[in-house]
Design a binder for this molecule. Structure first.
Ligand code: SF4
Length: 76
């Protein structure tokens, strides 16, 4: 799946690196490294990470091909 992190928004909270360590990794205190083409078996982890990001910086591939932040909702 395709994803993008808006690094202007990212505050380095590292929730994503905790929830999907195969896709996101912290480099130093605040800079984030990530794989923009996450393997399909990481889909659930990436969605969880996107929902957990406090600043909604993780944009995910949508059905129409655009990249969107996940809906703010309590459902998992
Ligand atoms: S959870 Fe969000 S703010 Fe934190 S490091 Fe990941 S993308 Fe950045």
């Amino acid at each position: 799946m395709r994803l993008v992190v808006d690094l202007n928004r990212c505050q380095g909270y590292a929730q994503c690196a905790f929830l999907a360590p195969d896709v996101f990794a912290m480099h130093g205190d605040e800079s984030l490294l990530y794989n923009p083409q996450a393997p399909d078996d990481q889909h659930d982890n990436v969605v969880r990470a996107a929902h957990a990001c406090p600043v909604r910086a993780i944009l995910l591939d949508a059905m129409n091909g655009s990249l969107q932040a996940p809906e703010a909702s309590g459902e998992q």
